[in-house]
Design a protein. Sequence first.
Length: 101
Amino acid sequence: MLDQLMAAQQKAEEIKKRLDTVSVYADVEGGAIKVTSTANKTITAIEINEDFFKDADKEELEELLLTAINKVLQQAENVNAAEMQSVTQNMFGDLGGMFGK
């Protein structure tokens, strides 16, 4: 049982490392602002279209940045949760076999 728990923990760590290499993207205003994040919810890039930047006021820019960041973090959370759910199901599936289920 301990071996299976350790294997599951190791698998979760491997997935976390892999999620650092998975990128998710979100944009607003038809690509005027694009935010990139890892699936582990680390923002890696923010791109603002130069033409949009010239015409946008501070308040609009701040609001759209918040929207784009929240969108990309939600996408990252969805990918992260799906991967971790897979590990959890495998772990409990293996443990269930140990108890005759």
